[in-house]
Design a protein around this ligand. Structure first.
Ligand SMILES: [Fe+2]
Length: 366
């Protein structure tokens, strides 16, 4: 038996107004300092009669930060818990909300952990409002935290991490810096492509993947140029891609990006953007058949189109430093990453070493 999981989703212009249904509830809003300086938290807090805001650091969260935030949630006992931010803020709140109710280590939040048996009741209604168009975290069961000591990312997932309501309002991405339009756009594109290629893909996730890719390919460059209609479409497509991969999983692009990003402190979107094309080329060489099937559904050669966008936005620039000394470490971390399990083929360690060496060679030639 398989299940399709999704929160309730309010989307489009003025969808933030859906929160007026909860205006009498005691709200706790979690956002980051950068978004607060744009006064985004005020757009949300003014809806509620009683609300409090906690500001967190604008970077990928650590497990220690999740534990610290869980204590504040427990103390404040909100009726509505609002995560307002990119994937980092939403992931942090997902983890902290569970840890505020259940006495376990963050690593114990797995797809197989029965949180209800451990006492999880979902005491607060959980609302996620994305302010980037990429991670899809507002609809997924996945959580990524940093393990500072081990210099690796901890990938967690559980059905109880899925928000109750996702509010996908384009007002929050109108001022998104171009650099983030690129990195988060590639993240969304890779979610849709990897979900389609995943060994857990299914008719529901396939339909969502194809639609998300179609919207992204039509709107990515226009959104980069600042076209607000295209930004709105990119915002919705990121959520569609999130639903696709949350119900299918990702693969090697994400495994390598997690490993590379943890080793060199590079953002998730930037490392995903850089690895998407090389990994798809690797799949093509190895004869992954669903890549051609995807091109047929979308109506363009996916590999060529991703290659063109990679060139257009210069996303492989993050490889322009000497990382050869760390190749073995990156390969080891990627092989241990849970995302590799659903890749359309499980590579040998040697395959990944060759792939990283080829990337390093291309840098020297360019
Ligand atoms: Fe991602």
């Amino acid at each position: 038996m398989w299940n399709f999981n999704s929160p309730k989703i309010s989307y489009g212009r003025d969808s933030l107004e859906v929160l007026e249904n909860f205006s009498e509830k005691k709200a706790l809003i979690i956002t980051d300092e950068a978004l607060s300086s744009l006064k985004y938290d005020e757009l949300v807090s003014k809806i509620f009669e009683k609300s409090e805001t906690i500001l967190v650091k604008p970077k990928e969260p650590s497990k220690e930060e999740a534990v610290e935030l869980s204590e504040k949630i427990r103390e404040k006992e909100p009726e509505i818990l609002v995560a307002l931010g990119g994937g980092s803020v939403i992931d942090l709140v997902k983890a902290a909300r569970i840890l505020s109710e259940v006495d376990i280590e963050p690593e114990e939040i797995t797809p197989f952990t029965n949180l209800e048996e451990l006492g999880f009741k979902g005491r607060s209604y959980f609302v996620a409002i994305p302010t980037t168009s990429g991670t899809g975290s507002e609809v997924t069961w996945a959580i990524v935290l940093r393990d500072e000591r081990e210099k690796r990312k901890i990938i967690m997932a559980n059905e109880k991490a899925i928000p109750d309501l996702a509010v996908v309002d384009p007002i929050f991405v109108e001022k998104l810096p171009r650099k983030l339009v690129v990195s988060t756009g590639f993240d969304a594109l890779s979610h849709a492509i990897e979900a389609f290629l995943s060994t857990f893909s299914n008719p529901f996730s396939d339909a969502l993947s194809v639609k998300a890719i179609e919207i992204i390919l039509k709107n990515f460059e226009k959104s980069y140029e600042g076209n607000l209609e295209a930004r709105e479409k990119m915002h919705i497509s990121a959520t569609i891609a999130g639903l696709a991969f949350s119900n299918s999983q990702v693969g090697l692009v994400h495994a390598l990006s997690h490993a590379f990003g943890a080793t060199f402190d590079i953002s998730h979107g930037e490392s995903v953007a850089a690895f998407l094309h090389p990994v798809l080329e690797f799949y093509k060489k190895k004869g992954v058949g669903r890549l051609d099937e995807l091109s047929k559904y979308v109506g363009v050669d996916i590999l060529k189109e991703v290659g063109r966008l990679s060139e257009r936005f210069g996303v492989k620039k993050i490889f322009e430093f000497d990382f050869e000394g760390k190749i073995n470490e990156i390969v080891k971390k990627a092989m241990e990453d849970s995302c590799i399990v659903t890749a359309p083929l499980i590579p040998e360690e040697e395959d990944l070493k060759n792939l990283l060496e080829e990337i390093a060679c291309m840098r020297e030639k360019s």
